[in-house]
Design a protein around this ligand. Sequence first.
Ligand code: PLP
Length: 359
Amino acid sequence: MFEQLKPLAADPILGLASAYQLDQNSQKVDLGAGVYKDERGNTPIMAAVAQAQRQWLEQETTKAYSAPAGPEGFNQGMLALLLGEGHDALKTHRATSVQTPGGCGALRIAAGMLNRCREHPRIWVSTPTWANHIPLLGSAGLELVEYPYYDSTLHGIHFDAMMSALAQVAAGDLVLLHGCCHNPSGADLTPDQWQSLAAVFNHRGARPFIDIAYQGLGEGLQADAWGLRYLADSCPELVVAVSCSKNFGLYRERVGAAMVIAETPVLADTCRGQLLNVAREIYSMPPSYGGALVDIVLNNDELAQQWRSELMDVRQRIVNLRTAFVEQLNGAGAGGQFDYIRAEKGMFSFLGIAPEQVK
Ligand code: PLP
């Protein structure tokens, strides 16, 4: 039977990582996947996370199946991190969260739930967007429609074009937005732009779906959640996919969360049940280890404080690297051509150079 299968080309991003491993050049630098590295090229385990690991080792007494939604301390901690402590949606029990295997798991089960909300659901995605959005959302049955986002001649968001495309969204359409540190452009929306988008969504009856995989790596934990919180305040319904891979450095532990804000506590509960049911059809329940570590870090004041400070160092190093990169390019005669990179956020930017120049 296997002869029916066609060999597939390697995933372009993961394929680049393998090519990097094989390359013998001692000067090599991996600019592929969004994985943070320190000055020695190492992706460190954060000290707060290492402490949580020690604690968990003492604490864990069984390897029996864990709760399908992950630990409640994890979910409540993550909701507070994303929405801010005491947010109205939390107080009124309209927000729900379930732990997932990474941000990918969150995107996939949220999309699966959305596919059950109506017939032929459509989701608008930015051009460009993170390549994996397409199969994750598409395989769940959502039809993808593109809206213009990054303009390589402007070196930024073409907001007018984005708005005129999104003026066409239909009632019930979903619009995928990157919460911060847009992947792959690094170009983020301003507060004014978030506000204009919320007005269009509400006017047209469309619903935002936020993918946030880099909270804390752009401007800070609060600032990076500004747009998400604005939409949570101003739109009746919101779907969120969160990743803990980058800001907790827990990439391989596969931990994230799918969240929903609904109009009533009953609807929030229904969404939770649907998310868990979709998960049951795919992987049943998330791995427990990463969720347990995040639960410990977020619910221990000292560890939470330490984690925030480590995350601040990561962010500051990224900002410093951006500045140093631009300055060195200018020193080498770039004449300000790459200055926009300094203002962009997170791990990505477009150099705007041709494939031949990349090589
Ligand atoms: N969303 C975006 C925009 C990402 O860049 C990533 C990872 O690179 C993810 C989601 C998913 O991350 P993970 O599944 O590794 O937690």
